[in-house]
Design a protein around this ligand. Sequence first.
Ligand SMILES: [Zn+2]
Length: 520
Amino acid sequence: MTTNDISTEKLHSLSKDGISEDLFKLLWAKDELNSGPSINIPDTIVYKYGTPVSWFFTSTNGKIKKKLKQNLVSAKIEETFNKHVLGYDVLAIFISMPAEAEVTPGGANVIEYLDREALNNFLYNRKKEVNGILQRFIEPKSTRNELVRAIWSPKVCLLERSENIHQLHDHRYGLYERCVIYEGPEYYTTSAPLRGPVLSGQLQKLCEEVVAHISEVTFGQKQVSRIVLNFKVDSRDKIWLMYSTSIRCLDMLDYTNPTDAATTLQRQLLNIDSVVSLSNTVHLNPAKTYEKIVPKKRIRCLSCARDTLEDMRHPVTYKAIIKHYEHILHLLADGSSSGKEVPKNDRMISWPPDAQIIEAAGGVGFGCLYITDVGEVMNPTQVMHYTKQRHVRDLKIPPVLHNIHYKLSIKSFERCKNDPLFLYKTVQVCEPCYLVYAEFTTMLLRMGQDLTKLLTPDPAAAPALDRASTSHLDRPSSADWRAISTAKTPTAGKFLLFFILCYFFSSHNNPIAAPFLCLL
Ligand SMILES: [Zn+2]
């Protein structure tokens, strides 16, 4: 291997923020005396468009080497990475690099921590367009993951050690919670300047060696003026160079005038912010294990038949459901076309009720009637076929409860209705349904649980109402409404109920309630 492999044209991107694969290439390149720096680097595989293109590592003699092309296969990579495991679940990191065309300021290097399963998935199911470096995870000296960052310039070398707040083997926390350093939120790490002359001296020397070597292998064309290098110290006090996150060079070919070079050098400040970030699919949560993100389950709400997210559901008591349903049933029975002489229980009503009535009742409590056996919502034709006339006495059980307790007879239901244990059982409904029930319950409390009084129609009012509308379920004209409301008779029970219902659900922008409301 000779320096001819390093063509200076290819290195134009050396001066940049973010992970530099060129750094590994340069470290591997030999100078004129066929020697290179003695630096430990972990197995580092450069990926281009989803394919491994080069594999750098430090051989036993301490020199950086590159594996032969035939070794760049997933099976070999997996074998090597699994060989060095010391008891931690994390095996490797992958830092993706944006394609050169799409390099944006601020960097788009995304780091992934891979355990055995994730590594296997990475090697065999990786997307084709990915660029980056796959690096073996180096177990830290302490029990916490750490990184030593060296900010080097010819005059000064600042060293900072950052370590994660969680122990690496503490599986109560997720993989990312235990691994993140600079890429995570600040509260995940503690940082302190590196003190003590021995390690500081060694690190500074390594930085200088790297810079000197780059200058040598590029025949002085690339003079690194500033560099940020990230190191790790393992349990055997071996120092590993992980990667660089920012490099500034003085390209001697670019400048003919030395003062130009000096001013440019001043302007090109290093980026010491974290240029490596976490993927947006990783959500850190110090309280919980990092698990694979699975799509949230959707469940059909029994009350409204709408698809709702599993975690957006709230409990409603049977009592609220029963109270709400009783009001609607009263309304329906009163509105049935059977004569007033027929006892309420013997009246026939169309079932399921008219969509407009369900809507006026807040759109809750009837959804399960429209759910088919396979969990789908019926289309209007199916509903039409399904609708039939039924006796009110057969409809005493709220549909939601009937759906849950399908074996519950009306007789037992009547008994259960007085049992507090039954009444305070709950059923999970979606958020909008929950709010409707909550509002209904509040209103009920405010009315002293006595809403039923309002539901009993006065027979004297019946003829007037019959005249006023052709069908009981038709909306009264606004003139009727005015007559009823100005007369202030207690006769308008049915419409008063409608009125109250409309009032309840007015906040839900109920299209049916709105016209009634404006009559208030
Ligand atoms: Zn619902």
